[in-house]
Design a protein around this ligand. Structure first.
Ligand code: HEM
Length: 320
């Protein structure tokens, strides 16, 4: 639109002649221009009136668009007001609008160029300003809540914060390995040496040897003199089976009584440790030292009976 005719007609004062020469033609062109841009009616008029100055038009357009600083000054002068009056009049009646604006044509080329430049800038300037202005204000408020340009960091910070949560996934993965691995490693190292209370078992008394021994039911690991079925064991009976005076060593675990005598040489923790539960319940000691050990899997064949109360056995004896 800026390149159209403004230069030739616009020579400042010459504008009057242009409308007079081509009223019908100008009307059509002006109408179209007015529809597209309400603010810049002058540009359409110039375009209709100036078919010849095509050469001058391109040069001005480029200059006007590129240089924003030069645009404002020419616009403010005369073109802006003149243009505004023209379009408004054209909107209602083309003829009325045309006569008032057109000034006498001026021969000097330089003067015509500035006019075109002034005419050109208005359309281009408003167009450029609106997009930039709305974007800036929107940015400043959103960013700003605190302030102006310097607020980019704040924006970045909120953005980063929003990313941080999603980063929540990435952050969770990163943190645990570094922190968790270090402590776990440290804890494992000291714990192993502390618990390394295992004893050197005699040849033929390894866990595999014990497994082979228990696999054969004819070994009678429960005791030679016991009945085939499980027996009821009272606390007094358990206490008497402590290994002293040549007796077998019994211990209880979860309400069941076991003969641990055959297992003593196989116990990795040593004889002394295992005999701490002789004649009494070993559940507490067992769970404190190695709760991961499967008691029943190791001593299943050593099961003697079920632990019962003293009164119960007495009643049963009386009944018998
Ligand atoms: C008074 C009861 C018991 C005490 C005080 C005791 C004590 C211990 C000790 C101090 C260790 C060495 C742990 C180490 O150095 O890591 C150990 C290992 C072991 N004990 Fe016992 N123990 C008892 C009963 C039993 C019983 C009844 C069984 C079998 C059912 C048993 C099976 C084992 C096994 C398999 C290990 C080796 C654990 C491993 O290699 O991690 N213990 N025991």
């Amino acid at each position: 639109v800026s390149s159209k005719p403004t230069p030739t007609c616009e020579d400042g004062d010459v504008k009057v002649q242009e409308p007079a020469e081509t009223p019908s033609k100008e009307i059509t062109s002006i109408d179209t221009h007015d529809e597209s841009t309400n603010e810049s009616p002058t540009t359409p008029k110039a375009a209709a009136t100036t078919p010849d100055p095509s050469l001058t038009i391109p040069a001005f357009q480029l200059n006007d668009e590129t240089t924003t600083s030069s645009n404002p000054t020419p616009i403010t002068r005369s073109p802006a007001p003149t243009n505004d009056s023209r379009p408004t009049s054209t909107a209602t009646g083309v003829i009325s609008s045309m006569p008032p604006p057109p000034p006498p044509p001026q021969p000097p080329l330089p003067s015509s160029r500035p006019d075109t430049a002034s005419l050109m800038p208005p359309p281009s300037v408003p167009r450029l300003r609106p997009p930039t202005q709305p974007t800036q204000p929107t940015r400043s408020p959103s960013v700003v809540a605190p302030g102006t340009e310097g607020r980019y960091p704040p924006r970045l910070s909120p953005g980063s914060s929003s990313l941080r949560p999603p980063p929540s996934a990435a952050s969770s993965l990163r943190v645990p390995p570094s922190n968790s691995l270090a402590p776990t490693k440290v804890t494992l190292k000291p714990s192993k040496p502390k618990r390394n209370n295992k004893v050197n078992l005699q040849p033929g008394f390894s866990p595999l040897d014990w497994a082979a021994l228990t696999a054969n039911p004819n070994n009678k690991l429960r005791g030679a003199n016991l009945p085939p079925g499980l027996i009821k064991v009272t606390p007094s009976m358990l206490k008497a089976q402590n290994g002293r005076k040549g007796t077998d060593v019994w211990t209880s675990y979860q309400g069941k009584v076991y003969n641990i005598t055959p297992y003593v040489p196989f116990h990795p923790g040593g004889t002394g440790e295992l005999l701490r539960g002789a004649g009494k319940d070993s559940g507490k000691l067992f769970m404190e030292i190695h709760p991961w050990v499967n008691w029943d899997a190791i001593l299943g064949e050593c099961l003697v009976g079920i632990l019962v109360s003293e009164n119960e056995t007495n009643v049963l004896d009386e009944m018998d």
